[in-house]
Design a protein around this ligand. Structure first.
Ligand code: GSH
Length: 266
């Protein structure tokens, strides 16, 4: 049976669970606690040297990188395909998922970390925090984590990440004016990829950001109605994380609004 190493609130793990549940595949859960540093355990690093979730094992094959895992699942289990037939829509889907990996995922990490998750890290003893930081294999990620934990909304990349999210929302609204789903007229890996990232805005109670974006709101209503959203997201929701995100996100909104208003492109 398929084995998935994942975490309840990880956006990348949510993507993979959305695919597994859409395809109604049976899978075994190996739930990691990222705050307890399960992802840095030597046994896990043998599977995923980057020290991140998710990791999928299927028939002895170890697959890492959430976008690659999603594509793998669609190739290996083609029923209820999530890849559009038309080559141009397939290309559009891949442009979206590539942009997610190269751009938006990083900025979402800054947003969630600087606004909310830093408080989980600050609550632990200093030596535990240092052990966590020095266990992060990727040095760029390690530096970013330290800055967002120590500086929060004052972290140098916070403003840039807000503006990056604004670019994303503009781009998505524009796309959804043209097509029913993100990569054409069918639900695809692009919609699945971005579902956790739009969900994150609601978790952080930043939905005001969407108030002039009716296409995204309508798209998200359709997303929430799919059974995989219940099975892959709602059923795995960590209430303590959501409470923290809601509280800290509401506090951060005036600051975010100011950044958006001051944005020279506005
Ligand atoms: N490019 C990787 C990124 C994975 C990633 O960033 N995972 C995060 C959770 S969304 C993680 O495991 N973080 C570990 C940590 O916080 O130490 C993928 O798409 O699988």
């Amino acid at each position: 049976m398929i084995q998935l190493y994942h975490a309840d609130m990880s956006t990348c793990a949510q993507k993979v669970r959305l695919v597994l549940e859409h395809k109604e595949l049976a899978w075994n859960s190996h739930l990691l606690n990222l705050r307890q540093r399960d992802q840095h355990e030597p046994q896990y690093l043998k599977l995923n040297p980057n020290g991140v979730v998710p990791t999928l094992i299927d028939g002895g094959n170890v697959i890492i990188e959430s976008t690659v895992i999603c594509e793998y699942l669609d190739d290996a289990y083609p029923e209820k395909s999530l890849v559009p037939d038309a080559p141009e829509n397939k290309a559009l889907m891949r442009q979206w998922t590539k942009w997610l990996d190269e751009f938006l995922h990083f900025h979402t990490g800054v947003l969630s970390g600087s606004i909310a998750f830093r408080f989980q890290h600050l609550a632990r003893p200093k030596d535990e925090l240092e052990a966590y930081l020095s266990g992060i294999p990727d040095l760029r990620r390690r530096k970013r984590q330290r800055q967002q934990i120590e500086l929060g909304l004052e972290a140098p990349q916070f403003r840039e990440s807000i503006l990056a999210f604004e670019i994303f929302l503009e781009k998505l609204e524009k796309q959804l004016k043209k097509t029913e789903w993100m990569a054409g007229d069918t639900y695809s890996l692009a919609d699945i990829g971005y579902t956790p990232y739009v969900t994150r805005l609601y978790e952080l109670k930043l939905e005001n950001w969407l108030s002039n974006r009716p296409e995204i709101e309508a798209w998200f209503e359709k997303i929430k109605k799919q059974t995989n959203y219940t099975n892959a997201y709602l059923n795995w929701k960590n209430q303590a994380y959501c409470d923290l995100m809601a509280e800290k996100g509401l506090e951060a909104w005036p600051r975010i609004e100011r950044i958006l208003i001051e944005n020279p492109d506005n």
